[in-house]
Design a protein around this ligand. Sequence first.
Ligand code: UN1
Length: 499
Amino acid sequence: MSETAIAAEAVCANYINGAWVASHSGRTLERRNPADLRDLIGYAPLSTRGEVQEAIRSAARAFPAWRSEPAPRRGRILAHAARRLEEQKEDVARLISREEGKTLVEARGELGRAINILEYTAGEARRLKGETLPSELPSNFVYTFRQPLGVVGLITPWNFPVAVPIWKLAPALVCGNTVVWKPSELTPFCSRRVTEILVEAGLPAGVLNMVNGLGEEAGDELVEHPAVVALSFTGSDAVGAAINAKAARQLKKVQLEMGGKNPVVVLEDADLELAAENTVTGAFGSAGERCTATSRVIVVEQVADRFVDLVARRAAKLRTGNPVDSGSQVAPLVGREQFEKVIGYLEIGKHEATLVCGGEPGSGADGVQGFFVQPTVFDHVPAASRLAQEEIFGPVLAIIRVRDFDEAMAAANAVRYGLTASIFTTDANRVFQAAERLECGMVHVNSPTVGGEAHVPFGGIKGTGFGERECGSTAIEFYSELKVVYVDYTGRKREGSLY
Ligand code: UN1
């Protein structure tokens, strides 16, 4: 279809200065249901830098009034948004499934998390606290309090098109910042819905601006524009590093949440059934398209054959298929680019390791064409191979065999990422030793590598994370500035001095 033939209403609008406005770039990206390529959803506009600048100006104008709004009132808007999202939950879950491809069950899970974040952050509005400190000086009162940063730029991915934007937007807004949000161009209809819900909940014009577009154009304008004082980004480490390098020149505050190569460590004393069950959940849930997905298993040789067998049996039973059907357990990948990348890794894996199951594209309902990949397990994966080192973001699991606990810790840490790790063991000492030694931001014991909660900080170290953690109390720290105030109430010239 030529660009001119696209009906205007099929293209998502941007939301700038309290109004839905069509992009005038004349460029769009087509979005089809990844489970059924016959289903055309619509188009994302690829907005220009000028349109992003307009959104930034709108956010800057709205800032003085929004920062003066009492925080509990800002929080109430988030509480309204939580209720709206709850009311629309089933409908939004279907939209996520259709546009991003995850199963309906997974989409409902994502929305449950988004609602929790809105509720939690609404409560945080009443707890934006500072501290009081004693001074060495007589009759001096010292206190700290938090202030907003200004206009913040948010750049979000497609794999959690509602929850991740909300976990950035909610704390940014509650702290009194105004926002320009550049969502992924692959999920424009979910982004539109998130914006609608927040706006209908009562956000004043200009406080939230949403501009669709490409990272290298619309996103880059946010990174480079001097009026944007802070950036929060979730996506690949290559893009994150580039954002940070540019933002550093203007000393912008930056928060990056990037890739993962998360291991499950299975020791000889583990409950192997439990370990296999949780490995499969972590590796193949959301088709492996989450930064916390399990992509490596590090298993001690003594139990490796038994463990691999248990995993393979479970993986072989999982069915790909239409994500809205309750019988489908493995969702399609989000789009062609991701699909081709993952298929490429299947070929790499066949050369580097031993294929245990899967290894081919999967099929949709009744042979409908979609971006399905069979859940795939490779065994005897060399620790330095590409399969063991690179983030695949698909339903592909690499099994690495080691001799003992020490070797397991070394293998777990021998990647450039550090988001999550799980350990399966019944030895309490090993649990605490592993918690200390694993180089990552989040450790799970006898449970999958995925998942988190609204009030718990989320993020990683090494090539995964930069800046404060998202969610929980650390999100408030990122989106606000701490100010220290000294009040001398002696009413006379200071006696003594401070150094
Ligand atoms: C989770 O597994 O807890 O992009 C959610 C991502 C993450 C969200 C993961 N930021 O996959």
